[in-house]
Every structure is written in structure tokens, then in C-alpha cells.
Ligand binder design. Structure first.
Ligand code: SF4
Ligand code: SF4
Ligand code: SF4
Length: 362
């Protein structure tokens, strides 16, 4: 992570190939950014995500949607903005004044803004209708979906706040046509007119810690800490729009370690004796890699979430095995009861007994 040899740059915009989920794990088929990019600047080259810098206009609209924060723009840091939002004197966030395209924010960022003080963000999407970045309404729908998810989460955990949308139409059709002509200018507009907060964020931008967990998740988790003490209910039996839960079937799991090795955020990690697996709800980004990689389909999603576990990054032990010596091969293996024989030797035995049965019949 964060290896600069794998960072592709287009002027101020950069893509860190080692942070991309599908680049990290061959079978992951995340294509959120590919679908969203208004210029088609993100391509798959031999199944690896590649930014074509000559096509990217640095609109920053894809940044918020990437679950693993693979994209950054030097002139604006959505995490910094979310943390310092309460210091602004205006709740409105708008691409015409304080930020680039609102697609730069995820639901996590919006919640961080809403949870850190009295002021709740009002998202100005009144310009989306006339924006050349919003071909087929994709960008606007994405922004609306982030707002919807954040609000759904606030309702679910009974926090009396709502992120509002400002959408007064302020341009007529003729002005829209004119604006379209300015499409190729989008890059210069964003680069040349940074607001004060944007400028001040540039310096600290590269101070992002080199961690596997996305910073927006860390900030959201920390923001939730403020509230868990005052909430009547902190444990929920239904699914969350933003957090994920996992379970492992003891009998099916072979303790192979693939899920812990490939989990991109270390939400799954081995116990210190390597004889079990822990899971941290607050770190899981729901990428599905663990379920896909597990050969025995032992790991699955489970309903429910717990805000205390999320806020305080508590991990739950999903499985634990006693390791015993296999009486055939003398190798340690996770014991699940019955004769002390490992799955491999058991498999051999079955295969050979089938062969002997066949030989007898010949
Ligand atoms: S949205 Fe992020 S994780 Fe998904 S394909 Fe794009 S860069 Fe990779
Ligand atoms: S859950 Fe699946 S991938 Fe993870 S250790 Fe068990 S068998 Fe291996
Ligand atoms: S636990 Fe599974 S779904 Fe969650 S981040 Fe890790 S690999 Fe992805």
C-alpha cells in the first residue's frame, strides 16, 4: 500500500494501483470508478485498473465512491474537509464554492461532517442538471445515493439529524447548452480556483497514514464514539446500510488463512496462536473478497451490527481450533472432533479405498 511506484498521476489527480481492490485480488470485480468516470479515463488493461492520464480531466467525482480510497487529488482532501466542516460558517457544501464535484464525498464523509457538531451539511446539487460531468445523471445519482445511505444510517441509529439537499434549479436550458461547451475547461476551473480551505488542505494531503483501513472509515468510527454513550440502543439485529458483519462455519473452515491474508483492511485477522480468526466490524468495507476466496464457503455475511464494537474497534473471535497431530502424516491440523486425522489424509484414505473397491471388481 502506498508504494509510489504504483501511483499513476494526471497532474493533481492520482490513482494508487496497489489500493484498488481488483488490482489487489484478481477475482474482485469492483468497477464503481469505471462506471462513474464521465470521460471513460479509467480502463482495464490485462484485468488491472489503469488511469489514462491524457483522458482524465481531474473532476474528482470518482474519489468518494472508491471503497478503498485509491484516488486522491492534491488540491482537495475530502477527509480533511469532513473533519474541519464544523469550523465553516455555512452548512452548504457546493461545487461552486467550497469543494470540487460532490462526488468527492462518500456517505462516510457526510456522516463525519454531521456527527462532529451541531451543523449538518446541506448538499447543493442544483448545478448537477447543467453539469457536463453528469452525463446520463450518473454523478448526480451517485451523490444522492451517498446522501440517502448516510441519512438511512442516522435514522437507523436514532440520531435526530438529516443531511439536506439543496436543488433549486438556477439555469435555463439555453445556459445549459453554453455550459456544455465549457466541458473541456473543467480541469482548469478546478485547478485554478481553489477555495481557501482547499489550499490549506494541500500541505497535509500526503500525510495520509499508510494503513490498510480507509481513513474515511477511521474518521467515521471516531465520530461515532461521541454518540454511543448517549444512544439507547447500540446493538442492531438488522443489516446496516454502511457496516458489515461476518460469520464462519466451524465445521467447514479449514483454517487455511486465505481470508485473513487477502482481507484488504485487516478486518479479518488471525489469533496470535494462528489457531483462530478474529473479525472487526468497524474495519470491514464489504468488498466480498473473503467470501469469494474461501474454498469451502465457510465464511458468509450475517445480519446485525454493533455500534460499540464499531466505534471502539472491538474484534470478535469467529472461530478457534485446537491444533492436534494427525495420526497419519504427523502434521498439526485444526481438530474438529472424531478420529485425529487431517482432511488431506482423510481424502487420500477415501481415494485409495475407492481404488481398492474398483480393483476388486476388475
Ligand atoms: S472504485 Fe476503487 S476499488 Fe473499485 S475498481 Fe475503482 S479504484 Fe478499484
Ligand atoms: S473461512 Fe475459509 S478462507 Fe477463511 S480460514 Fe476458514 S476455510 Fe480458509
Ligand atoms: S472481511 Fe471480507 S468483506 Fe470485509 S473487508 Fe475483509 S475481505 Fe472485504
Amino acid at each position: 500500500m502506498g508504494n509510489h511506484n504504483f501511483v499513476q498521476k494526471s497532474n493533481l489527480f492520482s490513482f494508487s494501483a496497489t489500493r484498488c481492490l481488483r488490482n489487489e485480488y484478481f477475482h474482485n470485480d469492483c468497477h464503481i470508478c469505471i462506471d462513474l468516470c464521465p470521460k471513460g479515463a479509467i480502463h482495464l488493461v490485462r484485468n488491472k485498473l489503469t488511469l489514462f492520464d491524457n483522458e482524465c480531466i481531474e473532476c474528482a467525482g470518482c474519489i468518494g465512491s472508491c471503497p478503498s480510497e485509491a484516488y486522491e487529488i492534491e488540491s482537495f482532501d475530502p477527509n480533511e474537509f469532513a473533519v474541519s466542516f464544523q469550523a465553516q460558517n455555512n452548512p452548504q457544501i457546493s461545487c461552486k464554492s467550497t469543494t470540487p464535484c460532490l462526488g468527492v464525498f462518500d456517505a462516510d464523509h457526510l456522516l463525519v461532517m454531521a456527527l462532529r457538531g451541531e451543523m449538518v451539511p446541506v448538499c447543493d446539487i442544483s448545478h448537477c442538471g447543467s453539469c457536463p460531468l453528469n452525463e446520463n445523471g450518473k454523478m448526480e445519482n451517485t451523490i444522492r445515493e451517498h446522501i440517502r445511505l448516510a441519512n438511512e444510517f442516522l435514522v437507523q441509529i436514532a440520531i435526530d439529524k438529516k443531511i439536506d439537499i439543496f436543488e433549486e434549479i438556477e439555469v435555463e436550458a439555453t445556459r445549459r447548452a453554453l455550459f456544455r461547451k465549457g466541458f473541456e475547461k473543467a480541469k482548469e476551473v478546478i485547478a485554478d480556483t481553489p477555495s481557501e480551505p482547499q489550499k490549506s488542505m494541500t500541505a497535509s494531503h500526503h500525510a495520509l497514514p499508510n494503513v490498510r483501513m480507509p481513513l474515511k472509515r477511521v474518521l467515521l468510527k471516531n465520530s461515532l464514539k461521541e454518540f454511543v454513550g448517549s444512544l439507547e440502543i447500540t446493538s442492531f439485529s438488522e443489516n446496516s446500510p454502511l457496516f458489515f458483519n461476518k460469520q464462519i462455519d466451524f465445521q467447514a473452515c479449514t483454517n487455511c488463512g486465505d481470508c485473513t491474508q487477502f482481507c484488504p483492511t485487516d478486518a479479518l485477522f488471525p489469533t496470535s496462536d494462528k489457531q483462530g480468526i478474529y473479525f472487526s466490524q468497524g474495519k470491514c468495507i464489504g468488498c466480498g473478497i473473503c467470501e469469494d476466496i474461501c474454498k469451502t464457503k465457510a465464511i458468509t455475511s450475517k445480519e446485525g451490527f454493533d455500534l460499540v464494537s464499531i466505534a471502539y474497534e472491538r474484534a470478535e473471535q469467529l472461530v478457534h481450533y485446537d491444533m492436534v497431530m494427525c495420526h497419519e502424516c504427523r502434521c498439526p491440523y485444526p481438530y474438529k472432533g472424531g478420529d485425529p486425522i487431517c482432511d488431506r489424509c482423510e481424502g487420500y484414505k477415501k481415494e485409495f479405498s475407492n481404488m481398492f473397491t474398483l480393483a476388486k471388481d476388475m
